[in-house]
Structure formats: C-alpha cells, structure tokens
Design a binder for this molecule. Structure first.
Ligand code: 6AU
Length: 273
C-alpha cells in the first residue's frame, strides 16, 4: 500500500495538486500534525496559527465557532498559511442536498472556497453531495481550479457513531468515483480496514487523516474517544488531527512539538527507518 511510501515519494506520484502540496509540506517540515484550532476568538486563532505554524502541515478550522468572525480574519489566516507553509482545512462537514452545499461552499457568509484548501463532507446524503461539490470546483468560472480538495468523513471518533458499515463503504466508493476532487478520508483506520471488503487499488493513494488524537487523555465527557499519535500512525494515519491536546494546554508550542515528534517517529517507523 502507498502508506508505506515516504511523503516525498507520494508527493511526486500523486495525481492531485493539493495532495502533492500536502505531501511536499509534510516532507519539507517533517511533520504530519494537523492542529484543530477550535478556539472561539479570532485573535486567539491567528495567534495559534502564527505560533504553531512552523510545526504543522495543516491548520484545521471550525470558522463558524468564532464569536467575532469577520472576513478580515480569513485574509490574515491566508497570510499566515503562506508565511509558515501550511494548508487550511475548514472542517465544515457538509451534510445536505447538492443544491444547498454548493451555496454553502462557494460564496455565502463564510466564503469557504476562497480560503480553505481542503474541506470535508459526510456521506449521509449519498453520492449527490460529492457530485455537487465536485461540480462547483469544475465550473468554468471557479477561480481556484486545482487548488481545492475534499475529504470524506468515513468514520467518526464519537461513541456510538453511526458512520460504519454501509456508510463507510459508500464513502470509499464515492472517493474512487470522484478522485479528481476527493483526496482522502477523515477516518480512524487504514483504508483497507475502514471497509474490509475494499482493498486499496493498485494506483490509488488516498490520504488518511485521523482525528481523536491526544497524548494525555482517553476521551472527554461528551463521547469523544482518543488514541495516541503513535497508535494512529501505526494504524495507517498519514496525518494526525489534534485539538485540545495541543491548544488547551499551558504551552501549546511545546505540545505541538511533542505531537510532531511522536507522529513523525511513528511515520519513520512505518517506513522501516
Ligand atoms: O482533539 P479534539 O478532541 O479537541 O478535537 C477533535 C477535532 C474537532 C472535531 O470536530 C474533529 O476533530 N473530529 C472530526 C473531523 C475532523 O472531521 C471527525 C471525528 O470523527 N471526530 C472529531 O473529533 O474539531
């Protein structure tokens, strides 16, 4: 499987420009950390992005949780992404009919397509959601052609999640059908294990983002379940998403460095180095 190739090798081979850029960043900065910056003040978000920027491959946002949101925040975020060479992933989890998600993604109050390199969606509505988002990015007047990518939420980390079985299976099938826009999954196991009947095909290289990663906790009081960076990468994660384990501790920079080191060492271990 491609998950046993280096990020550098995958950067050279991948058909999608956003996946290539992601792998190039991981290789250059020696990090597979995605920080989930789930803070509610714009100033705090930008401060985290600036301080953690050097140690992360991707900054993941929930832009709708900012209680002082303004479009100027997005400009500042984009500048920080360029300064520190990271991608921005808006964790919007689109979950509606095609006609609605197209408007939520491109334009609208949050202008998501104009600043988020990566977004995600759930498969609850069926194939049409992926078809619609793909169509938006392929329109003649879409300004960010080849600079945007989609992840499918194939499993979830919360207790009692219904994102299993047939749901997960359809996630994989849909990723294959729309691989010109879908670069991978948010999920907690390797692609082969997400849906045991679906083994990765010879020429595909989906990127696996695993969330529910925390070095100090097993879960929270609201059903979140955690594993360590090491166990996530050993189970096939290409990128580890950590939120509170990094931003909600006294020294987020030291924490980001620790997650980076553990995630990177587990990756090297997977390569046999
Ligand atoms: O590390 P935490 O628990 O503070 O934050 C985890 C982050 C949150 C969740 O909204 C998100 O990861 N998440 C997702 C994503 C990324 O789509 C899926 C999932 O199954 N579980 C999960 O926690 O921002």
């Amino acid at each position: 499987s491609k998950s046993y190739l280096s990020y550098g090798e995958r950067a050279k081979q991948h058909a999608h420009p956003v996946a290539r850029k992601l792998f190039e960043i991981a290789e250059a900065k020696e990090t597979n950390v995605v920080v989930s910056a789930d803070v509610t003040r714009a100033g705090e978000l930008l401060d985290l992005a600036d301080r953690l920027g050097p140690y992360i491959a991707v900054l993941k946002t929930h832009i709708d949780i900012l209680d002082n949101f303004s479009l100027t925040v997005l400009e500042a975020l984009k500048e920080l992404a360029a300064k520190h060479n990271f991608l921005i992933f808006e964790d919007r989890k689109f979950v509606d009919i095609g006609n609605t998600v197209q408007k939520q993604y491109h334009g609208g109050a949050l202008q998501i397509s104009s600043w988020a390199d990566i977004v995600n969606c759930t498969m609850l509505p069926g194939e049409g959601i992926v078809q619609a988002l793909t169509q938006t990015t392929e329109a003649d007047d879409f300004p960010y052609k080849d600079q945007r990518a989609l992840l499918i939420l194939a499993t979830m980390t919360s207790k009692g999640s219904l994102a299993t079985g047939e749901y997960t299976k359809v996630s994989v099938e849909c990723a294959r059908k729309y691989s010109r826009f879908v670069i991978g999954f948010v999920a907690s196991k390797t692609l082969g294990d997400i849906e045991t009947e679906v083994v990765p095909l010879e020429n595909e290289d989906f990127v696996l983002f695993t969330t529910g990663v925390n070095m100090a906790s097993k879960g929270d009081k609201l059903g979140q379940q955690y594993q360590t960076p090491k166990s996530a990468v050993e189970a096939g994660a290409d990128f580890i998403i950590a939120g509170r384990g990094i931003y909600a501790v006294p020294d987020p920079v030291a924490s980001a460095k620790a997650y980076r080191e553990e995630g990177w060492n587990a990756y090297l271990g997977r390569l046999g180095k």
